[in-house]
Ligand binder design. Structure first.
Ligand code: FES
Length: 136
Protein backbone atom coordinates (compact mmCIF):
# COMPACT_ATOMS: atom_id res chain seq x y z
CA UNK A 1 0.00 0.00 0.00
CA UNK A 2 1.42 3.37 -0.96
CA UNK A 3 1.42 6.36 1.35
CA UNK A 4 -1.51 8.07 -0.34
CA UNK A 5 -3.75 5.00 -0.07
CA UNK A 6 -2.74 4.51 3.55
CA UNK A 7 -3.88 8.01 4.49
CA UNK A 8 -7.07 7.67 2.46
CA UNK A 9 -7.97 4.49 4.35
CA UNK A 10 -6.81 5.79 7.69
CA UNK A 11 -8.76 9.07 7.39
CA UNK A 12 -10.30 10.49 10.55
CA UNK A 13 -8.93 7.76 12.85
CA UNK A 14 -5.34 8.83 12.16
CA UNK A 15 -6.28 12.48 12.71
CA UNK A 16 -7.90 11.73 16.05
CA UNK A 17 -4.86 9.72 17.11
CA UNK A 18 -2.56 12.61 16.29
CA UNK A 19 -4.75 15.07 18.24
CA UNK A 20 -4.93 12.71 21.23
CA UNK A 21 -1.15 12.28 21.21
CA UNK A 22 -0.65 16.03 21.19
CA UNK A 23 -3.07 16.52 24.09
CA UNK A 24 -1.36 13.79 26.14
CA UNK A 25 2.06 15.36 25.66
CA UNK A 26 0.76 18.83 26.56
CA UNK A 27 -1.04 17.57 29.67
CA UNK A 28 2.21 16.02 30.96
CA UNK A 29 4.15 19.25 30.63
CA UNK A 30 4.08 21.57 33.63
CA UNK A 31 4.41 24.93 31.97
CA UNK A 32 2.24 27.13 34.17
CA UNK A 33 3.91 29.45 36.63
CA UNK A 34 0.67 30.20 38.47
CA UNK A 35 1.01 29.08 42.09
CA UNK A 36 -1.11 26.06 42.94
CA UNK A 37 -2.92 25.17 46.17
CA UNK A 38 -6.37 24.85 47.68
CA UNK A 39 -8.45 27.78 48.89
CA UNK A 40 -8.11 28.24 52.63
CA UNK A 41 -9.83 30.09 55.43
CA UNK A 42 -9.22 28.56 58.85
CA UNK A 43 -7.70 29.35 62.23
CA UNK A 44 -4.93 27.74 64.26
CA UNK A 45 -4.98 28.01 68.05
CA UNK A 46 -1.38 28.17 69.25
CA UNK A 47 -2.40 27.17 72.80
CA UNK A 48 -3.53 23.70 71.66
CA UNK A 49 -1.04 20.89 72.35
CA UNK A 50 -1.15 19.72 68.73
CA UNK A 51 0.16 23.10 67.60
CA UNK A 52 3.04 23.34 70.10
CA UNK A 53 5.66 23.04 67.32
CA UNK A 54 4.42 26.34 65.89
CA UNK A 55 5.37 28.23 69.03
CA UNK A 56 9.07 27.67 68.32
CA UNK A 57 11.11 29.34 65.58
CA UNK A 58 11.49 26.90 62.68
CA UNK A 59 8.52 24.86 63.87
CA UNK A 60 5.80 23.86 61.45
CA UNK A 61 2.43 22.17 61.26
CA UNK A 62 -0.02 21.23 58.54
CA UNK A 63 -3.77 21.60 58.37
CA UNK A 64 -6.35 21.78 55.57
CA UNK A 65 -3.72 21.16 52.88
CA UNK A 66 -1.61 24.07 54.10
CA UNK A 67 1.73 24.00 55.91
CA UNK A 68 2.26 26.79 58.45
CA UNK A 69 5.73 27.76 59.64
CA UNK A 70 7.05 29.93 62.46
CA UNK A 71 9.77 31.89 60.69
CA UNK A 72 11.62 33.66 63.51
CA UNK A 73 8.35 34.71 65.12
CA UNK A 74 6.58 35.57 61.86
CA UNK A 75 4.14 33.05 60.48
CA UNK A 76 4.02 31.99 56.83
CA UNK A 77 1.85 29.43 55.08
CA UNK A 78 2.07 27.67 51.70
CA UNK A 79 0.21 24.83 50.02
CA UNK A 80 1.34 21.45 51.32
CA UNK A 81 0.93 19.50 48.07
CA UNK A 82 3.99 19.57 45.82
CA UNK A 83 3.19 21.02 42.41
CA UNK A 84 5.03 18.17 40.70
CA UNK A 85 2.94 15.14 41.67
CA UNK A 86 1.23 16.11 44.91
CA UNK A 87 3.46 14.64 47.63
CA UNK A 88 3.48 16.55 50.92
CA UNK A 89 6.29 19.07 51.27
CA UNK A 90 8.03 19.58 54.59
CA UNK A 91 9.77 22.61 56.01
CA UNK A 92 13.47 22.17 56.68
CA UNK A 93 16.54 24.41 56.64
CA UNK A 94 14.59 27.53 55.61
CA UNK A 95 13.08 25.78 52.57
CA UNK A 96 10.17 23.59 51.65
CA UNK A 97 11.32 20.20 50.43
CA UNK A 98 9.45 17.44 48.62
CA UNK A 99 10.78 13.98 49.55
CA UNK A 100 9.33 12.27 46.47
CA UNK A 101 11.51 13.72 43.69
CA UNK A 102 13.44 16.47 45.43
CA UNK A 103 11.60 19.66 44.50
CA UNK A 104 12.52 22.64 46.67
CA UNK A 105 10.70 25.91 47.27
CA UNK A 106 11.65 29.07 49.12
CA UNK A 107 9.57 30.60 51.91
CA UNK A 108 7.46 32.44 49.31
CA UNK A 109 6.63 29.14 47.59
CA UNK A 110 8.89 29.94 44.62
CA UNK A 111 10.56 26.93 43.00
CA UNK A 112 14.28 26.72 43.75
CA UNK A 113 14.97 23.23 42.38
CA UNK A 114 13.58 19.92 41.19
CA UNK A 115 11.22 18.72 38.51
CA UNK A 116 8.53 21.41 38.67
CA UNK A 117 8.35 25.05 37.70
CA UNK A 118 5.02 25.73 39.39
CA UNK A 119 5.24 27.63 42.69
CA UNK A 120 3.36 26.64 45.83
CA UNK A 121 0.44 28.90 46.65
CA UNK A 122 1.26 31.27 49.52
CA UNK A 123 -1.45 32.24 52.00
CA UNK A 124 -2.08 35.29 54.11
CA UNK A 125 -1.47 34.70 57.82
CA UNK A 126 -2.74 37.16 60.41
CA UNK A 127 -2.17 36.78 64.12
CA UNK A 128 -4.42 37.92 66.93
CA UNK A 129 -3.00 36.80 70.27
CA UNK A 130 -2.69 33.03 70.08
CA UNK A 131 -4.93 32.66 67.06
CA UNK A 132 -3.57 32.52 63.51
CA UNK A 133 -5.95 33.03 60.63
CA UNK A 134 -4.86 31.50 57.34
CA UNK A 135 -6.66 32.65 54.22
CA UNK A 136 -6.25 32.82 50.49
S1 FES B 1 5.97 15.06 43.85
FE1 FES B 1 7.29 16.58 44.65
S2 FES B 1 9.06 16.49 43.45
FE2 FES B 1 7.75 15.00 42.59
Amino acid sequence: MDRRKFFQKCGAACGLGAVASTLLVESCQKSSSTPQGPSANFTVDLTKAGNAALTKSGGSGASNGVIVVNLNGTYIAVAQACTHNGCSVTYTNSNFYCPCHGATFDTNGKVTGGPTNIPLKKYTVTQSGNILTISG
